[in-house]
Design a protein around this ligand. Structure first.
Ligand code: ZN
Ligand code: ZN
Length: 275
């Protein structure tokens, strides 16, 4: 058995609904999963309120992935076992959501300047039930209109950190996000440290009240895993990992179960959650 602690649903920019994620995870034989949508817990709320969170033999951790900034770098902070009904979390998420809408408007303006004619309506149509409209949805419109072959290519050339249509400056900084997760009773974990692109920023993050580092990640090679694992041990932090599954064709992993971590790591996270 294996586990996956980083999964997105259609409530952010994943393609599968939370129910479909649970079914796919069950079929893949996963023992522990965490749903970690971008800046929303609506997918988990949806499961709870429809009493669909009880899948026999599988542990489901309520999580979130917050988009933040630290010293000019985009940093994602995972929050595990957050109380999805926490007022502090709800307040923080309202602020983040306002920021998202502002950033989306700025991004569409920038795209117009660059000669890509995309409307907010087209983005919203692709976003469907998502509570957090994002760059991924913009990328999907760009692909749909034939500007790029894949979502990945749109990010690499246009929307990714530092690219022409990238909008810098997230409203909440990483320190606030860490506090927000703690205030909601959760465990903050630094997501995919390699993608931050700065060791200086990473060491700054490790001075915050974080509980872990996402050591295992599809884009981390053996050397990255060794290095981040060592850092986790040095700072007495949990080692977590997950596939960052979105269910998007052409984006690895395309299905749940293709990238997993050992159950022991998930067990240690659950143990820390219950302390
Ligand atoms: Zn992320
Ligand atoms: Zn993610």
């Amino acid at each position: 058995m294996s586990s996956d602690l980083h999964i997105h649903t259609s409530f952010s920019d994943g393609r599968l609904t939370p129910e479909e994620v649970l079914t796919a995870a069950k079929e893949a034989g996963l023992s522990t999963i965490a749903i970690t949508d971008h800046d929303t817990v609506d997918g988990i709320r949806h499961l709870y309120e429809n009493e669909k969170d009880n899948v026999k033999g599988m542990t489901i951790i309520p999580g979130i992935e917050l988009s933040t900034e630290c010293d000019g770098k985009e940093v994602h902070i995972l929050g595990y076992n957050v109380d999805i009904y926490s007022a502090a979390l709800a307040d923080g998420l309202v602020e983040i959501s306002e920021d998202r809408w502002q950033r989306l408007a700025m991004m569409l303006e920038k795209l117009q300047e660059l000669g890509y004619d995309i409307s907010e309506a087209e983005v919203l149509k692709v976003a469907g039930t998502s509570s957090s409209v994002s760059r991924s949805h913009v990328a999907r419109v760009l692909v749909k209109k034939g500007h790029f072959p894949t979502v990945r290519a749109a990010f690499d050339e246009l929307l990714g950190q530092g690219k022409p249509a990238y909008i810098p400056r997230y409203r909440i900084d990483s320190a606030e996000a860490v506090e927000l997760v703690r205030a909601a009773g959760g465990l903050p974990v630094v997501a995919h440290p390699l993608l931050i692109g700065s060791d200086a920023v990473l060491s700054k993050l490790l001075k915050l009240d974080v509980a872990g580092i996402e050591v295992y990640y599809p884009q981390h090679n053996g050397e990255d895993v060794r290095r981040y694992g060592q850092l986790a041990e040095l700072h007495d932090l949990l080692k977590t990992g997950g596939s960052d599954f979105h269910g998007i064709p052409g984006r690895y992993p395309e299905s749940l179960g293709e990238f997993t971590i050992e159950d022991e790591l998930a067990r240690l996270l659950v143990e820390a959650m219950n302390k």
